[in-house]
Design a binder for this molecule. Structure first.
Ligand code: ADP
Ligand code: MG
Length: 733
């Protein structure tokens, strides 16, 4: 008897009767908002006017906080935290492991022999030294022998979880190399701010002094009952199922999407929302996703760095709250074969400090030209740096999703809708050089002027595109559900920053050397960009095979796997981009590439090991056990009916015995081949070559084992099957 599975299943009927399940919202959600955040309002209450102004300057304009002010802020933060019951503080940061890190220190400080106070000052606020040796660094620290430290990031507010004051921080080595996701993101945000502000002020609006990239993510996830989760070693160790037959009822009926949310899940969501509100994460929508037991959560968009912190924080909290409701949360991009995967759409735009969305057309021709400028430049950036964007979302788990059936392909194309596309086609016809007064009027009234109307009903949203314009923002849909948004957001903001710099140069050239008026120079520059980047625009079905062929004809990359994408990432053009913008030096960039390759190999290595273990220790014994029963049965029939008469009676059983043997033998040889391929990959020198070996020689060997095991699942008596089945994992609420 496969006890793990059946013990887990026994738990289920009691789940919905537990008293602690039902969640009451204590007060209005709006009253809970930011309760545990050292928010602007709290700061106003706790800080002197001088300190408040200084920190607002740091937040809004990146000004340096003087030491004496940092001391004041630290004391205020401590007083506020103590009033909320906090006892410890930590710098909270996002190392390249992919999860968040904290090192808790107590406020409690003994002095003399029997006395103590709660102490926290400016230097403790500004800097902390976690033991950094065990975080990934891609060889940087080995070379530089440098220790790492964390530094307070005042642009993201401090918050309290449980009894700990968490201070969002960046993580860098003593020699200045970045060791986390946040530092490059902040630098890329700065780069795009400077470049976009320059464009706004030079051509459109002198009042703009800052441009802020905004991010609104949509987090998809699966919930699995925690007992069932524990019964699947593959889920526990790899975050996904390595085998399992598709259930009879899959998502064919599409009855889950926007269906009513099951009660237990609802309670989880309610509690999660309360926690989010207290931490200032402005979640607004929740609904079922396409696959059974798949859900989505999305907040209002925020400044990108805060949105990134909030997403990382949310993923931690989700896991914790799920646990309380006897769920386990799966962020893996493809936990179940044959069922939709999970992504994390990154909605992105640029906002000015005058309150405008630069990707939203305005009321007059000037505003619309401003919209067009940022819109076309973004497309051009995506065109020129498609491979960098692709690499920024590469991971072993996202490989299962990209290019697979229900996710955008690995080809980085852009969808803008047929009407905007025709606007661009009009603009492509703009005269080279000076424009006649008639042409100018026509452009203003009939081409640019029509944009606002067009966007009003820009409803034909193409869900199959990895990068889509959705009315007033771009939506980068190829980001994986388990990813830290910082990496794709660093890439996107950096490439747009660089593109805007190029644009400025080009327009200035057109003004000075070709003697064009400002508008003419802009139209002339945009015309060339539109010509360049038309080939990444695609309006059709991104999931179709035709598109892959068409994209190849257009000369677009289709980097299907992580090793392929990471190989392209080391392009000198990308290194120049990051060095030029001061985001990474080439060593940091190469180190990150190395970390991702190593992580890829490690993930596949673990998956190979887990699959082999399960196949040998769980599947084969169960199959043989059942086969023995069949053999007993056949022997019995023969004994009762004699040599001739038993044959037709035992026909089915004998066939089953044979196919069980065939599948067992497939598994056995499959595992042997897998393990030797895995050893060969491990012995390969060089992280790129090693990752390629894992990708090309190890991953393809999973299939044979899985197919044989899934066949056995259909043959073996359900009572004897050790692995919790898909229907149980997916349809238990
Ligand atoms: P869908 O699921 O159809 O893609 P949603 O309405 O769920 O669309 O998601 C829209 C997302 O876009 C939300 O998370 C929202 O916060 C975000 N968003 C809206 N405007 C902006 C903007 N200007 N910048 C960044 N994100 C935005
Ligand atoms: Mg979306």
């Amino acid at each position: 008897m496969s006890t793990l599975r059946f013990n887990a299943l026994k738990e289920l009927p009691f789940r919905n009767y537990r008293k602690d399940n039902s969640i009451e919202v204590p007060k209005k959600l709006s009253e809970l908002f930011c309760e545990n955040v050292f928010s602007e309002e709290t700061m106003r209450a706790y800080l002197t006017k001088e300190a408040f102004t200084s920190i607002q300057d740091a937040i809004k304009r990146g000004a340096k906080t003087p030491r004496n002010i940092a001391d004041q802020i630290a004391v205020a933060m401590k007083d506020w935290a103590l009033s909320k019951g906090a006892t410890h503080y930590t710098h909270w940061f996002q190392p390249l492991t992919g999860s968040t890190a904290e090192k808790h220190d107590s406020f409690f400080t003994p002095f003399e022999s029997d006395r103590a106070i709660e102490r926290f000052n400016g230097s403790m606020l500004i800097q902390q030294e976690p033991d950094a040796s065990s975080f990934p660094n891609g060889g940087i620290r080995n070379t530089f022998e440098a220790r790492g430290y964390t530094a307070w990031d005042p642009t993201s507010p401090a918050f309290i979880i449980g009894t700990t004051l968490c201070i969002p921080s960046i993580f860098i080595s003593y020699t200045g190399e970045t060791l986390d996701y946040k530092t490059p993101l902040l630098r890329a945000m700065h780069a795009v701010d400077v470049a976009a502000t320059d464009i706004c002020r030079s051509y459109f609006d002198k009042n703009v002094t800052k441009v802020i990239p905004t991010l609104g993510w949509e987090q998809e996830y699966f919930l699995v009952d925690s007992a069932l989760y524990q019964s699947r070693p593959d889920l526990v160790l790899t975050g996904k199922t390595m085998l399992g037959h598709s259930p009879a009822k899959g998502q064919q009926l599409d009855d889950h999407y926007f269906g009513s949310i099951p009660t237990r899940v609802m309670n989880f969501m309610k509690e999660l929302e309360i926690e989010c509100m207290k931490l200032g994460i402005p979640v607004t929508t929740r609904h079922n996703e396409v696959a059974p037991n798949q859900f989505e959560l999305a907040p209002m968009f925020e400044e990108t760095n805060v949105a990134v912190d909030h997403n990382s924080l949310l993923m931690d909290i989700m896991a914790r709250v799920a646990h309380k409701h006897h769920f386990h949360i799966l962020f893996h991009e493809k936990p179940f074969a044959g069922v939709n995967g999970s992504g994390k759409h990154n909605n992105w735009s640029l906002a000015t400090d005058t309150g405008e969305n630069l990707l939203s057309p305005g009321k007059n021709p000037k505003k619309n030209l401003q919209f067009l400028t940022f819109f076309v430049n973004t497309l051009k950036a995506v065109h020129d740096y498609a491979d960098l964007l692709r690499a920024s979302i590469a991971s072993a788990s996202n490989d299962h999703r990209l290019g697979a059936n229900e996710a955008p392909p690995a080809i980085i194309s852009a969808f803008i809708g047929s009407q905007l596309y025709s606007v661009l086609e009009e603009l492509e016809k703009v005269t080279d050089g000076k424009l006649s007064p008639e042409e100018k009027t026509d452009l203003k009234l009939n081409v640019v002027g029509k944009i606002p109307e067009i966007l009003l009903d820009n409803t034909d949203r193409n869900r199959t595109s990895p990068f889509a314009f959705t009315g007033n923002k771009f939506e980068f849909r190829a980001v994986g559900s388990s990813a830290n948004c910082a990496e794709p957001m660093t890439a996107l903001n950096a490439i747009v920053a660089r593109q805007l710099q190029e644009f400025k140069k080009k327009v200035e050239y057109n003004i000075e050397k070709k003697n064009l008026k400002k508008d003419e120079a802009i139209f002339n520059t945009l015309r060339e960009y539109i010509k360049d980047c038309k080939n990444i625009m695609f309006e059709g079905d991104g999931y179709s095979d035709d598109w892959a062929q068409e994209a190849e004809k257009r000369g677009m990359s289709n980097l299907k796997t992580t090793p392929e994408a990471l190989k392209e990432e080391l392009n000198q053009k990308f290194i120049d981009l990051y060095e030029g913008l001061g985001i990474f030096n080439h060593r940091e960039f190469e180190a990150r590439n190395e970390i991702k390759l190593e992580k890829y190999s490690a993930v596949i290595d673990i998956e190979a090991k887990v699959l082999s273990d399960i196949a040998r220790n769980h599947i084969i014994p169960a199959a043989l056990n059942y086969q023995n029963r069949l053999i007993e049965n056949v022997k019995g029939l023969k004994e009762i009916f004699g040599d001739e008469e038993f044959k037709p009676l035992a026909k089915e059983q004998m066939e089953l015995i044979r196919s069980i043997s065939a599948n067992v033998s497939d598994i056995k040889t499959g595992v042997d081949e897998l393990l030797s391929a895995k050893e060969a990959a491990r012995a390969t020198m060089g992280s790129q070559q090693q990752a390629e070996m894992f990708c090309n020689d190890v991953v393809p060997r999973f299939e044979k084992i899985r197919t044989a095991s899934d066949e056995l699942e259909m043959m073996v008596d359900d009572e004897l099957w050790p692995m919790t089945k898909y229907r149980e994992l997916l349809f238990t609420r």
